[in-house]
Design a protein around this ligand. Structure first.
Ligand code: 2RA
Length: 335
């Protein structure tokens, strides 16, 4: 059986990655529709030996679509996801619009694939920094029961989008040529800097990005897991890195942790620091796995563990996870 797919936000960084991944994974598509804002309609996008023509994302565009992969921002999802469902599509949405809605499953296929079973037409893709962390935590949680995670992230500018990618490049050029750096996308220059500010600050002093990691972990993995997050933007184009300090209920030895991580789905253990072997964003770019290294006991608490977790935020952090949710629908005969 093959399926009629639409990508909404097709010209964005994630939308383009979704198209690439559908091709790379030989997803069983019958047709692929590229949908974007009306002013982008008519844009030709190379695909295989052919071209696809972008159409306007609007009412009526979903009548011949089985699965609509959305990555067009929260407003577009709020407006168009109900329309797409009404026209017969199952929506997999990468925006944060529906993630905490109790009627919408929030899914990382390596963590909670069974949650797709109760979808009502819409399945939400978690935040990139949550996805890579939970792929690494899940195998440990299943055996040793994680109670608390303190995580700091080091996030690439591609998480903000194409404008931020362009700005980082421009700021690097300014640095070399001595031209003034005038920040547009972020409150301060991101080039050669670190910004402890991703998304907007809440009343509680945390940013939305930090609260996403807290709340999405509880919905996807286990409501009892306590998360304290600090999310930071750094001048990297692609690939989020995370330093996670984990406290488990049950005691573990390091051999068990290594064996569990080495055998877990979606994880590659890269850990020989004495030989400078550890996960790096430049090595994760374009790859599907979540890379885990710097695996070491935290000797300051009873059952403490430190991990360094790196993954391509546009792939596993967004586009790949969404396509894997679509594959899960097929595997579980839900479409
Ligand atoms: C970011 N996780 O990195 C957010 C959204 N992609 O900006």
């Amino acid at each position: 059986k093959s399926y009629r797919i639409a990508i909404v936000g097709a010209l964005g960084a994630v939308g383009q990655e979704m198209l690439k991944i559908l091709d790379q994974r030989k997803f069983p598509f019958e047709t692929i529709k590229l949908l974007d804002i009306p002013s982008n309609a008519g844009t030709m996008v190379p695909f295989g030996n052919d071209y696809l023509i972008v159409e306007a994302a609007k009412k009526g565009a979903f009548s011949n679509v089985d699965i609509a992969l959305f990555s067009a921002g929260g407003d577009a999802s709020q407006e168009l996801a109900p329309i797409a469902i009404n026209e017969g599509a199952i929506v997999i949405d990468n925006s944060s619009a529906w993630r905490m809605d109790p009627t919408v499953p929030l899914v990382v296929p390596e963590v909670n694939p069974e949650d797709v079973d109760w979808h009502k037409g819409l399945i939400a893709n978690p935040n990139c920094s949550t996805i890579q962390m939970l792929v690494a935590l899940k195998p440990i949680h299943d055996i040793f029961q994680i109670q608390r995670v303190v995580v700091s992230t080091y996030q690439a500018v591609s998480g903000t989008g194409q404008k931020a990618i362009d700005e980082l490049r421009q700021q690097a050029e300014c640095y070399v040529t001595g031209k003034d750096i005038i920040p547009q996308v972020y409150p301060y220059q991101i080039g050669f800097n670190a910004l402890p500010h991703i998304d907007v600050f809440q009343e509680n002093g945390y940013t939305k990005e930090e609260m996403k990691m807290v709340n999405e972990t509880k919905k996807i993995l286990d409501n009892n897991v306590q998360v304290s997050a600090t999310t930071v933007r750094i001048p990297v184009f692609r690939g989020h890195s995370e330093s996670a300090n984990i406290e488990t209920k049950k005691a573990f030895d390091m051999d068990e942790i290594y064996t569990i991580l080495r055998n877990a789905p979606g994880i590659q253990v890269i850990d020989d620091p004495g030989n400078h072997v550890y996960p790096l964003p430049i090595l994760a770019e374009g790859k599907d796995d979540v890379f885990v290294g710097r695996i070491r006991k935290d000797f300051t608490i009873e059952n403490g563990l430190n991990l360094w977790i790196v993954s391509d935020n546009l792939r596993k952090g967004a586009a790949l996870n969404a396509v894997q949710i679509a594959e899960t629908l097929i595997q579980r005969s839900l479409i």
